[in-house]
Ligand binder design. Structure first.
Ligand code: ADP
Ligand code: ZN
Ligand code: ZN
Length: 690
């Protein structure tokens, strides 16, 4: 094959890292003409890589002998032109090479299979038996607001898309039912439906709900599939193929599913659209929510963004009329939102122990619920037993030797664990500095809260759910089931428990120490806190049946803060208006557009020198480049992290700047020997955490 005459020239998107300077698709020779979108294997350097034949004409430098395509996956229909457009857009927007992005979002197993092996997988897929016949589902009659929302979505399903739809509905207002009806309309029109959720943990629950509704309508094998990173490689390939071949009519997934190949896509739903996990935090740092909006616009199909607390970006679009807002103002079945009680920590008598999270009034409130046989949730966004160990003699603290952070004390397994680099050691018996035996934990995480609750409320069944309690497969499911089954009185957890779970029995939710985010240097911290508390509160009283009223208890030293005042009235709109006014006057997103250039090196000086040189590369009067600053956790695993903010009033202006800047950065890093000290650098467009 190597010496075959180069009959045809093709462009192939292949994972040549952008930092190598090879950014676009590469040219190859091929014996046969290849349709764009065809999967191939091509040689690159010493390796052979998966690639995608890319639209557009190859234009090799004259006299250059092109390498031939090594293998063609001809049993697989080519990826669609729309898929290639999406990848081109995303690669350009997030400043990555299209080949790198394609390789990152295609199922990993494709890289390992030969064309023959893939053909075998396809034959296996075709033999997949149909699931057992399902009963016709019961569909509830829609509430008037739901019906109005569904009608607007249906109009777009039939009418070739339109403005993005922001479904603004309080928790328990029946947003999921709206998604189900919208999906039904798109399926009836012969289209595929893509539903995105923020958390892998939420996919089984959502899958169950969609399967229950559509199993009878979609009796074919693999008609409903999920796509997320917790699937086995074989499952992920199977489900991806089912979507690509059009067998899967309904695809439920996490952010990576936004890149699924869906030849008949007719509707995209993004549930909890405000959730930060839609933004990929490494590699190509894309926002699946934003790409969903782009993809829907490109395909002229509707996109529904649902939330009780929309991102301020989406809310501003609804305010300005770029998005159409669909509002569900009341809970289904008349379940009232919990009464919010802002508990003023300053009102406690000044005595030692006042700063304790478990205040006497909170314990009394929990005891009262306990006596009534009701469930409660106590929320604290910090896992472990205590964030730091401390020696009162010499002031030693359990810092991480590799990071600018404390190591967290985990009592259950007697470890000090760094949550940034993972460095773990047994808890020392005595202070490693002075030998004092009296080292004590400071502060409190969920583990300690769990212990203190069990102590203070003897007989109560206390269960903790966080990243530590759910490490092993199946643990989370089992723990959630115990909550649903009423085997738990008090649930203690991090934000993990606040998301989406439809707990029917919880009547009381307490946030014991949420103030930290009010004074964060990250301008998005209040927005996240508000969403988190609304969502946590939303776990309470979802069932109107219980009596006595549900309550959300917020312990704060800043009771009069506008955020808490809006929370007390469940007034997202007021909160959003306040925040947007602040953002507008400070020139922050959504009223400006940001990118971050991050650099990592063994020394802060080396990282800073690179950023300084980067800033000097390009001037644009409309683009502001701020001085480099250390990352909030400056050192992780012995690597110093610096970052530099780039800001522009117009998105297009920022994009134009980045298009010119990034190639110059690649050259800077490659050509200047002093920047060999820079281990990594990356551009983050529309960064979430600053
Ligand atoms: P959200 O997604 O807005 O939090 P859900 O869609 O989970 O709300 O709805 C809350 C509960 O109300 C669910 O148990 C759901 O089955 C039920 N529900 C939704 N719509 C209706 C309806 N029109 N009639 C009866 N029950 C409904
Ligand atoms: Zn000491
Ligand atoms: Zn560390």
């Amino acid at each position: 094959m190597a010496d075959a005459p180069p009959g045809e020239l093709v462009r192939v998107a292949v994972d040549a890292p952008q930092h190598s300077g090879l950014s676009g698709p590469l040219d190859y020779a091929s014996e046969q003409a290849l349709t764009s979108g065809t999967l191939v294997r091509v040689p690159l350097g010493k390796r052979e890589l998966l690639g995608v034949v890319w639209p557009g004409l190859a234009a090799p430098a004259p006299g250059l002998a092109l390498k031939p395509v090594a293998a063609v996956f001809d049993a697989l229909p080519p990826l669609g032109a729309d898929w290639c457009r999406l990848l081109d857009f995303a690669a350009g927007y997030y400043q990555r090479s299209v080949g790198e992005l394609a390789s990152a979002v295609l199922p990993p197993q494709l890289r390992e299979l030969s064309p023959g092996q893939l053909a075998a997988r396809l034959r296996k897929l075709a033999r997949k038996p149909a699931p057992a016949p399902a009963a016709e589902p019961a569909r509830p009659a829609l509430a008037p607001e739901q019906a109005a929302a569904v009608a607007r979505i249906e109009a777009q399903v039939g009418g070739g898309g339109g403005r993005p739809l922001l479904l603004f509905g309080v928790t328990g207002s029946g947003k999921t039912e709206v998604y189900l009806r919208a999906a039904e309309a798109a399926l009836a029109a012969g289209r595929q439906v893509l539903v995105l959720v923020p958390e892998i943990n939420l996919t089984p629950q959502l899958e169950a709900r969609f399967t229950e509704r559509f199993a009878a309508l979609l009796p074919q094998p693999l008609a409903i599939v999920s796509l997320h990173s917790a699937l086995t490689p074989a499952q992920r390939l199977q489900n991806w193929l089912a979507a690509h071949l059009g067998h899967a009519r309904l695809v439920l997934g996490t952010r990576l599913a936004v890149f699924a190949s869906l030849p008949a896509l007719g509707l995209i739903v993004v549930d909890e659209e405000h959730d930060p996990s839609y933004k990929q935090q490494d590699g190509a740092r894309y926002s699946a929510r934003d790409l969903a909006v782009w993809r829907a616009h490109d395909l002229k199909v509707p996109v529904v963004l649902g939330s009780a607390t929309p991102s301020l970006e989406s809310w501003q679009h609804a305010e300005s009329g770029r998005y159409e807002r669909l509002t569900l103002a009341s809970r289904i079945g008349g379940g009232a939102l919990p009464k919010v009680r802002l508990f003023d920590m300053k009102a406690l008598p000044a005595a030692p122990g006042v700063t304790t999270a478990l205040t006497a009034p909170l314990l009394a409130a929990l005891r009262e619920r306990l006596d009534r046989g009701e469930q409660s949730l106590v929320f604290l966004n910090r896992r472990g037993y205590a964030p730091v160990l401390h020696c009162g003699e010499c002031q030693w603290k359990s810092d991480c030797p590799h990071c600018s952070a404390w190591r967290v004390f985990h009592k259950r397994d007697r470890t000090l664990r760094c949550h940034h680099c993972g460095f773990t050691e047994r808890v020392p018996r005595a202070c490693p500095n002075c030998g004092n035996h009296d080292i004590a934990p400071i502060g409190r995480g969920t583990e300690r809260l769990e212990e203190q609750l069990a102590e203070a409320l003897p007989g109560a069944r206390v269960l903790r759910i966080d990243a530590d309690s759910t490490r092993r497969k199946g643990e989370l499911e089992a723990q959630l089931q115990a909550v649903h089954d009423g085997e738990v009185d008090i649930l203690v957890g991090t934000q993990m428990v606040t998301k989406g779970h439809d707990f029917r029995r919880i009547r009381f939710v307490a946030a014991v120490n949420p103030d930290g985010a009010l004074f964060s240097s990250d301008f998005r911290a209040p927005e996240r806190l508000f969403a988190l508390l609304m969502q946590a509160g939303g776990r309470a009283g979802r069932d109107a049946a219980g009596e006595g009223g549900s309550e959300m208890w917020v312990q704060t030293w800043h009771r009069d803060h506008a955020l808490y005042q809006a929370l007390a009235r469940h007034d997202y709109e007021r909160f959003a208006a306040d925040q947007l006014a602040e953002r507008r006057s400070a020139g922050l997103p959504p009223f400006s557009h940001l990118a971050l250039l991050r650099a990592e090196a063994r020394t802060a000086e080396a990282a800073k020198a690179f950023l300084d040189a980067a800033a000097a590369l390009l001037q644009d009067a409309q683009v502001l480049v701020y001085p480099p600053v250390p990352h909030a956790v400056a050192r992780v695993a012995d690597v110093e992290r610096m970052q530099m903010l780039v800001e522009a009033g117009q998105r297009a202006r920022l994009q134009a700047f980045l298009r010119a800047w990034v190639p110059a950065l690649i050259a800077l890093k490659r050509e200047r020997p002093e920047f060999r000290a820079v281990l990594r650098w990356a551009v983050d467009v529309d960064p979430l955490a600053i």
